[in-house]
Design a binder for this molecule. Structure first.
Ligand code: ZN
Length: 59
């Protein structure tokens, strides 16, 4: 699993993005990066699962 900061092209906000192997998340959609602020979806690498989280303090 890896963690990085991602910038949403729609709302412009920064969020934390977890990227991990589908082996750890059966049934989750592959290759979809979803912004936790506005819900915009964009394509990631098709062999990974993505999970977006707001930064601490922005909940
Ligand atoms: Zn957004």
């Amino acid at each position: 699993m890896s963690l990085r900061l991602e910038n949403c092209p729609v709302c412009g906000k920064v969020y934390m993005l977890e990227q991990y192997s589908p082996a750890f998340a059966d049934g989750a959609a592959r290759g979809v990066i979803k912004c936790p602020h506005c819900g915009n979806e964009k394509a990631g690498e098709p062999d990974f699962i993505y999970s977006g989280h707001k930064l601490p303090g922005e909940e």
